[in-house]
Each structure stands twice: as structure tokens, then as C-alpha cells.
Design a protein around this ligand. Sequence first.
Ligand code: AMP
Length: 120
Amino acid sequence: MAYNSENVFAKILRGEIPCAKLLENEYALSFKDINPQAPIHVLVIPKGAYVDFADFVAKATDAEIAGFNRTVAEVAKQLELTVPGYRLIVNSGANGGQEVPHYHIHIMGGRNLGPMLSRA
Ligand code: AMP
């Protein structure tokens, strides 16, 4: 799938719509999810234009991949989630339930999150 620069996260990166920013560096932007599914639910998105996980690992530079993933760990640390623990979620494509076609990682925590998937 080609990258669509009108997606909501692209608009956030361009400053066209606001976000509750937590951390920003040359590789990534982190902000609170607008519809939190856990007491702590934040998103980390790469600065570059990548549709999903596969697109990111195929096209991003090694520096971008390392910088992005280190930012995820840094955000979790700043949120004091490292010791109690947390969950990272990457939805990809239709079966993965991806809604926004700009690669992102969900960081979720603040309570025991229970089983990895619902049993439904
Ligand atoms: P996904 O289903 O993995 O694509 O997740 C997309 C996430 O983006 C959902 O959890 C939404 O609640 C979140 N989201 C959508 N629009 C915004 C926004 N403007 N600001 C923050 N989070 C958003």
C-alpha cells in the first residue's frame, strides 16, 4: 500500500492537528492516545513516512530503526513503566486491526493487562 500523507498521524507530524506530546526527537514523536484502552496508553510514531511495520523495516535506515525503538524504550522509562511492566502493540493491516496507516507502536500499562488477546 502506498503511503497516504493525509492520514491523521501525518497531520500531527506536520502540526496541522494537535496532540498531547510526551517526547520528540529526530526519529520519533510520542503522544497520548486519544481513546485510551489502559490507564497509560501512548503512541510512538516514526518521523518518516512508513505505512506499517513491514514498510518501516524494509525502507527505514538502520539509524532510524534503532533511534525509533530506543525512543519507545525511553518513553516507557519516563512513564515509569519499566519495572512494573507494560505491553507494546503493533497492529498491522486489516486482520491486525490497524486503523491509521502510519506505522506506530502502542505503549500500554498502568495495571496488569491480563491475557494477550481477548478470547472472543
Ligand atoms: P491502530 O488501530 O493500531 O491503527 O491504532 C490507531 C490509534 O490511534 C487508536 O488507538 C486511536 O485511538 C489513535 N488515534 C486516532 N486519532 C488520534 C489522534 N488525533 N490523537 C491521538 N491518538 C489518535
